[in-house]
Design a protein around this ligand. Structure first.
Ligand code: NAP
Length: 334
């Protein structure tokens, strides 16, 4: 029987996930849809044969909905995740799990009280082939112990609501999660350096930024966050180990020789760059929900990422190095 999913949020990624759940992944259908922008949500509901609801809460309560996908704006995530837990329904929440560690903590507490893991967070880089290969290289000891990581996260242009704080809380949060997953350890300190601001930056956005993290064992990480780089969506990651290095490959694209140059296209945005990871992530989630036990990034992973991104925000505001305190992971999540 098909899993019947309710989707809250029909913006860029919401509509893409609805397409994916309808046309790419088998054994699932989108049964209900809601967005604060009712006109857009109704159009998408009609296009994909789903029922439109006025509010996210109604989607969560709908009897024809087995599980929830949250793809609405960041500040709405916590309330919808908690409502889904109360309704006893599995919920896939796009990153970030919430906009503060305190809200994530409320989610973790609600899930533990409910007694069952229902929440998965959309940290889809864990499903990317390149990051998976880097993880294998590290775990097989092929480059020795990791010592330093150099990362780049560039977007062509920022969205209309993007703020200085979101460079980390909405964007670098991907690196915060996937590097913790690669290395298998939490962070100890955070620092944020503010280089000269791009003259193309608008509305007071401070961009680019450099995030410096230190892990519990002393591995040093630098992440360039540049959301207005103009030329394309570019994600890079290099791990320097004791006996070698490993780096993320550039995504496969044809190489063109033309006009005296050799070139290949850089994807314009995340949707194309990580399409296979999004497919794999939601395919695994659908299968796991049907089996009754999730396997992907947990509410605890979302909480730890938010503790770290909150520390980065504090470090940027104060201009100092900030210590990061991660509580002991409860047995519930081990
Ligand atoms: P978007 O295009 O702005 O879409 C967000 C949608 O949520 C908009 O239609 C917005 O309506 C709607 N919305 C706002 N408040 C709502 C509410 N209370 N209830 C229901 N809908 C509400 O943004 P997006 O790029 O799709 O991002 C959506 C979420 O996905 C964000 O949390 C983002 O961090 C995440 N995301 C994750 C990835 C990834 O790589 N995993 C990639 C992209 C986005 P209005 O436009 O009318 O406000």
């Amino acid at each position: 029987m098909d899993l019947r999913v309710g989707v809250i949020g029909t913006g860029a990624i919401g509509e893409d996930h609805i397409r994916r759940l309808t046309n790419v992944i088998t054994g699932v259908k989108v049964a209900a849809i809601s967005d604060i922008n009712a006109v857009k949500a109704k159009r998408i509901a009609d296009k994909f044969g789903a029922k439109f609801y006025n509010t996210g809460e109604e989607v969560i309560e709908a009897p024809e909905v087995d599980a929830i996908v949250i793809a609405s704006w960041d500040p709405t995530h916590a309330q919808y995740v908690i409502e889904s837990i109360k309704a006893g329904k599995f919920v896939f929440c796009e990153k970030p799990l919430a906009t503060s560690a305190d809200d994530c903590k409320r989610i973790v507490q609600a899930e533990i009280v409910g007694g069952k893991q229902l929440v998965q967070v959309g940290f889809m880089r864990r499903y990317d082939r390149g990051y998976g290969q880097i993880k294998s290289v590290i775990e097989n000891g092929e480059i020795g112990a990791p010592l330093i990581l150099h990362c780049v996260h560039r977007n062509r242009i920022p969205g209309p609501k993007h703020t200085t704080e979101m460079n980390i809380k909405n964007s670098v949060i991907h690196e915060i999660d996937v590097l913790r997953w690669l290395l298998g350890e939490d962070y100890k300190t955070a620092q944020v350096l503010m280089p000269k601001c791009s003259s193309l930056s608008e509305n007071g956005l401070q961009d680019p930024q450099i995030v410096l993290l230190e892990t519990q064992s002393g591995i040093r990480i630098d992440i360039e966050s540049f959301v207005n780089c103009q030329y394309g969506y570019d994600v890079q990651c290099e791990v320097v180990g004791e006996t070698g290095t490993v780096r993320l490959p550039d995504p496969a694209n044809v190489v063109m020789r033309s006009s005296g140059a050799r070139s290949y296209e850089i994807f314009p945005d995340w949707m194309d760059r990580f399409v296979e990871a999004y497919d794999a992530e939601l395919r695994q989630w659908v299968d796991a929900v049907k089996e009754g036990a999730l396997k992907g990034p947990t509410a605890w992973d979302g909480y730890v990422a938010c503790i770290t991104s909150d520390a980065c925000s504090e470090a940027r505001e104060k201009g100092t190095i900030v210590s990061i305190f991660i509580p002991e992971c409860p047995a519930f999540y081990k």
